[in-house]
Design a protein around this ligand. Structure first.
Ligand SMILES: Cc1cc2nc3c(=O)[nH]c(=O)nc-3n(C[C@H](O)[C@H](O)[C@H](O)COP(=O)(O)OP(=O)(O)OC[C@H]3O[C@@H](n4cnc5c(N)ncnc54)[C@H](O)[C@@H]3O)c2cc1C
Length: 444
């Protein structure tokens, strides 16, 4: 046991999304560190579509003290993949794991956030809303000669300034503020910006959540229906236990003809899409594009979706972004977690990764309470990288770029998907077996 600095006592968590809430719950569970969460929005966000949570992520929620009975969402046993061109089923991927074959769940992000917030409230974890980070200052990291002085490491030295000019200090800071992280942008690595997914053209995603009563066709109760084609793919499922709501998402590889959706999209542009506003008619263009590609789809629910009246009003359109793979996660006493560190294209585990990050970090603090924070963070990063790297490779191997749409190209594409599902589809559920609580930790 090292005889270095006293254990840290206070932690400022920036962002009350899944990563920030999980970090606060995990630190409370495993350590004596007192976290305070600072969130930019004035109140919890009700925005967002549905996210997937595998059996291992559901287990982590229970581990963090969230009663299994209140965990929201619709049980999903598998994803069934259909050809949008022919309607034939190409294969399926299991979404179950664990000894009992526990299914994954598809739940609204807002519903997940609510149960996590309720647990944080039970534990009296303070959350300060309307606190948007403007800058971060770590006096220790910036005064080189003192860096090795153990005494100076015990006192709160990271200072956060918010856009309303107020400031706070803490022993260390966790940047859980999402893909556009201000903590990353202003402190950890200012030159690491979100980039477009896909290597050549842009990729846009659109999602909507519809009342089941508005939708003419029914969906399989406990599976996700995915449609694939050279012109884009779709994903639909119920997203609440009572099956009163349907989550529908489409991903469209877009040609360069839609200039606003090219690589290098700015945060501001993304927010405009997210807010559902129509900038230079691009939202309308994308909705029209979706309709033209999917009105003749041979999968009923997708065709029905394209035909819904007023869909433009309900559809949120946004470009799919990710962070460049190589990148810094920590600097001094500041560490990035969740999307702020490793946002990826959608792969069904983004939120699970955020939960895992939080639990692993808390485990390291619990195992080495008297070690310098920079050592804890380096150990965290070294331990966490391999799993994130693997996921990054898997998602980026799947190209979402526009593909040839000649009939021969489409047939070939269907075969490739079939073969892939035949060889690899069955092993998809393996990812939901990973348990971050068993990850060995070796101090760096
Ligand atoms: C409104 C919203 C809707 C989303 N919808 C979907 C969806 O439909 N499907 C999906 O798969 N993923 C969605 N995501 C992303 C998904 O939540 C994340 O990929 C994943 O859960 C990882 O969570 P995170 O906590 O790292 O990041 P996020 O969920 O992005 O949470 C980041 C939090 O930090 C806050 N924040 C941002 N900047 C600052 C700042 N400067 N100061 C203080 N706080 C700040 C944000 O308001 C947010 O609460 C959404 C994210 C948001 C914010």
């Amino acid at each position: 046991m090292a005889t270095g600095p006293p254990p840290p006592q206070t932690c400022a968590i920036i962002g009350a999304g899944p990563a920030g809430l999980a970090a606060a719950l995990a630190l409370r569970k495993l350590t004596s560190i007192q976290p305070t969460i600072y969130e930019a929005r004035p109140s919890p966000s009700t925005m967002g579509g549905a996210i997937n949570m595998g059996a291992n992520a559901l287990d982590l929620l229970r581990y963090l003290g969230i009663n299994g009975a209140v965990i929201p969402g619709n049980r999903t046993n598998k994803m069934e993949i259909f050809s949008l061109r022919t309607g034939s089923k190409l294969g399926e991927m299991p979404f179950t794991a664990g000894p009992q074959g526990e299914p994954a769940r598809r739940m609204l992000r807002a519903d997940l956030q609510n149960v996590m917030l309720a647990r944080a409230k039970q534990l009296d974890i303070p959350i300060q809303y309307s606190s948007r980070v403007a800058s971060v200052h770590d006096s220790e990291a910036e005064s080189e000669p003192d860096m090795q002085d153990p005494k100076s490491r015990g006192s709160p030295q990271v200072t956060i300034t918010f856009t309303n000019s107020s400031t706070i200090s803490a022993d260390f800071v966790l940047g859980c503020d999402g893909i556009f992280s201000a903590v990353r942008r202003t402190y950890v690595q200012p030159d690491r910006h979100p980039i477009y997914t896909g290597s050549g053209s842009g990729v846009a995603a659109a999602y909507t959540v519809l009342r089941t009563s508005r939708f003419p066709s029914t969906l399989p109760t406990h599976s996700i229906v995915a449609g694939t084609s050279t012109r884009g793919w779709s994903l639909m499922s119920y997203c609440d236990a009572a099956q009163t709501q349907i989550f529908a998402a489409v991903v469209l590889p877009l040609p360069r003809a839609l200039p606003e959706t090219r690589k290098g999209q700015t945060q501001q542009d993304w927010q405009i899409y997210r807010a559902g506003e129509d900038k230079n008619h691009n939202k309308t263009n994308i909705v029209n594009e979706f309709r033209s590609r999917f009105t003749d789809a041979k999968v009923d629910c997708v065709r029905d979706l394209a035909a819904i009246e007023g869909l433009d009003q309900d559809l949120y359109v946004y470009p799919l972004l990710q962070l460049p793979r190589e990148g810094r996660w920590c600097k001094g006493r500041v560490l990035l977690l969740g999307d702020a560190a490793h946002a990826m294209p959608p792969q069904g585990e983004g939120t699970s990764f955020a939960l895992e990050d939080a639990v692993l970090l808390a485990r390291i603090f619990a195992t080495y309470p008297c070690h310098p924070i920079d050592t804890i963070f380096t150990t965290y990063e070294k331990t966490r990288r391999p799993r994130i790297e693997l996921a990054w490779k898997e998602t980026n191997n799947r190209s979402d770029d526009a593909r040839p749409s000649s009939w021969i190209g489409q047939i070939f594409f269907g075969w490739i998907i079939c073969l892939f599902l035949w060889f690899r589809g069955g092993s998809f559920g393996n990812r939901f077996f990973y348990d971050v609580r068993q990850e060995p930790i070796t101090l760096i």
